[in-house]
Design a protein around this ligand. Structure first.
Ligand code: SAM
Length: 162
């Protein structure tokens, strides 16, 4: 499988999982958290498919396309290891949907990062909420659920808080 194939699978899976999670949390009112703005493509998609819920973006340095840059009062700047505990104090366990795409090209580093950040993400999710990640996460209390049909196994993961 070429790197192009892997990239396409990741993009298709991100969209399928975001659409699935947006639909399956539509009845919830808690905020949506986007972890890792990057270029802003997934943030832009979240804006398209989420209505009636605030979307907060966590990013250490904003460098997104101007067309998909979140408003300042919805941007939580800094390292997620510091900003996620602050968000827990501010919002409590209220997020209806958390999408994380914080990794880079080094799969081993991504896995280590996912392992370390998982305990910071888990308490933010509300009961019934969904968490979508491009990397496998390491949660104690969240349940991994089946992917929607369009997603490619291993390119995206979905977890639910019961
Ligand atoms: N989903 C985005 C898109 O569609 O354009 C791409 C996200 S990009 C792969 C990952 C982003 O996560 C980068 O912008 C990086 O700065 C951010 N990031 C990585 N580690 C972080 C950390 N510890 N704290 C805050 N942001 C971080």
């Amino acid at each position: 499988m070429s790197r192009l194939d892997v990239f396409i699978n990741r993009m298709v899976s991100q969209r399928a999982c975001i659409d699935f999670a947006a639909q399956n949390t539509a009845g919830m009112t808690g905020p949506v958290f986007e972890l890792g703005l990057g270029n802003g493509r997934t943030y832009d998609h979240l804006r398209e498919v989420i209505s009636g819920r605030d979307i907060y973006v966590f990013e250490r340095e904003v460098a997104s396309n101007p067309a998909s840059t979140p408003p300042g009062d919805r941007t939580i700047l800094g390292d997620v290891f510091e900003t996620l505990p602050q968000a827990l104090e501010r919002f409590g366990p209220a997020a209806s949907f958390i999408h994380a795409d914080l990794g880079g090209h080094n799969l081993k580093k991504n896995d280590e990062f996912a392992r370390n950040i998982s305990p910071y993400v888990e308490p933010l999710l509300a009961k019934g909420g969904l968490m979508v990640s491009s990397d496998r996460m390491y949660f104690d209390g969240l349940q991994e659920i089946d992917l929607p049909p369009d997603a490619v196994p291993g390119r995206c993961f979905i977890y639910r808080k019961q």
